[in-house]
Design a protein around this ligand. Sequence first.
Ligand code: K1U
Ligand code: ZN
Length: 170
Amino acid sequence: MLSNMALLDILIYPDPRLHIQARSVERVDSRIQTLIEDMSETMYAAPGIGLAAPQVNVLERIIIIDISESKDSLLVMVNPEIIDIEGSAEQEEGCLSVPGIYAQINRGEEIRVRAQNKEGKPFELVAEGLLSVCIQHEIDHLNGKVFVDYLSHLKRDRIKKKMLKTQRNA
Ligand code: K1U
Ligand code: ZN
């Protein structure tokens, strides 16, 4: 049977729903697999290199990432947990929930992550560079944190006003 994927709406900052902690997935079943398919269609269409379920208003601990140029290397992480961090580095970040805004954010350089794949099978991976940044950014979304929360009050308020103005004019 052909699967019917769906484009999901991405919540835009300062939507308060972006600041709610997501709950763990207890069982990776067909409902979760359909959600993952819809999230991946939404991420590729945006276009983005990552997406967390809370960004599409689903409060469950699921993230997807594809940093490949060919867009054929989808990484699915259910219930991801950072179990080790080494070093720190600053890199520019963007966010589909804060369109048009980019900022340098300091994060762990190399991380070891434990998660379940889209079949519910546990795995671990070590990441550095953009993949490491992206995983940390997406796990923040699961914990109700958006990258602009790392900026000063002043910068965050400016971004908030800009976002509200753009939404009013949309
Ligand atoms: O979480 C998100 O909103 C996705 C976000 C992931 C991310 C990017 C860069 C640093 C940290 C986290 C994005 O995908 S923003 C869009 C973007 O970076 C991009 C879009 C198209 C091509 C290449 C990059
Ligand atoms: Zn984001």
